[in-house]
Design a protein around this ligand. Structure first.
Ligand code: 5RP
Length: 226
């Protein structure tokens, strides 16, 4: 296994130690949390009883394949613990998410969660957010105008394209990836973007993560809100 993949695996698998019998568990999306879900599937096979709440159609499919019992956010409006990935993490545990396109469902589930744990490899930890273009989910109607308004905030918005076509989220919307120089004040930026009509959700997750599990060459580091 390539080193980065190995670090993702370490972080992803470590997170299952937080899952206890009887919990309602939010299941994030992406190539790091995939390792959490695979490990969780093994524990479920050995008798662990939990309900998983998936953050995307892809995660729902993977969890089902692994025999994990699933529920919906409408049936379980309070989630004990969510484990998810991120594209960037800063020292205050603020995040950029949405590289995998699941930011809207991920944010709804994070908001419903008593405890949110993020799993990343060490390359995702930054002093200041913003190397990774910020994913923003927008409605299709008027998307060119919405992108133009976004550019007035100082970013270069790119409509996300996959296989030659505009990428469509699980919720039927577009994603715009916005490259900012540096995001010095994520809370202020989130507020400004949120005011733009057509914006559905923003990939900034502020004050949502309680713990970040980092897979490093030397082992595992845990960053935690005191
Ligand atoms: C999906 C996400 C993912 O958690 C994020 O993109 C990290 O994914 P990966 O672990 O594959 O790097 O926010 O919307």
């Amino acid at each position: 296994m390539e080193l980065r993949e190995e670090l993702k695996r370490k972080a992803g698998e470590k997170a299952v130690e937080y899952i206890k019998d009887g919990m309602v568990v939010g299941l994030g999306t992406g190539s790091t949390v995939k390792y959490t879900i695979l490990k969780l599937g093994e524990l479920v096979k050995d008798g662990l009883n939990i309900i998983g709440i998936p953050t995307s159609i892809a995660t729902e499919k993977l969890a089902k394949e692994r025999g994990i019992k699933l529920g919906s956010i409408d049936d379980y409006q309070v989630i004990d613990l969510t484990i998810d990935g991120a594209d960037e993490v800063d020292k205050n545990l603020n995040l950029i998410k949405g590289g995998g396109g699941a930011l809207l469902r991920e944010k709804i589930i994070a908001h419903a969660s008593k405890y949110e744990i993020i799993v990343v490899d060490e390359s995702k930890v930054k002093d200041i957010l913003g190397d990774f273009p910020l994913p923003i989910e927008i409605v299709k109607f008027g998307y060119k105008r919405t992108m133009n308004v976004l550019s007035t905030l100082g970013c270069k918005p790119q409509l996300r394209v996959r296989n030659g076509k505009a990428y469509i989220t699980d919720n039927g919307n577009y994603i715009v990836d916005c490259k900012f120089d540096k995001i010095e004040n994520p809370a202020e930026l989130e507020r400004k973007i949120d005011e733009i009509p057509g914006v559905v959700e923003i990939g900034l997750f502020i004050n949502m993560a309680k713990e970040v599990i980092i897979g490093k060459k030397e082992g595992i580091e845990i960053m935690k809100i005191p």
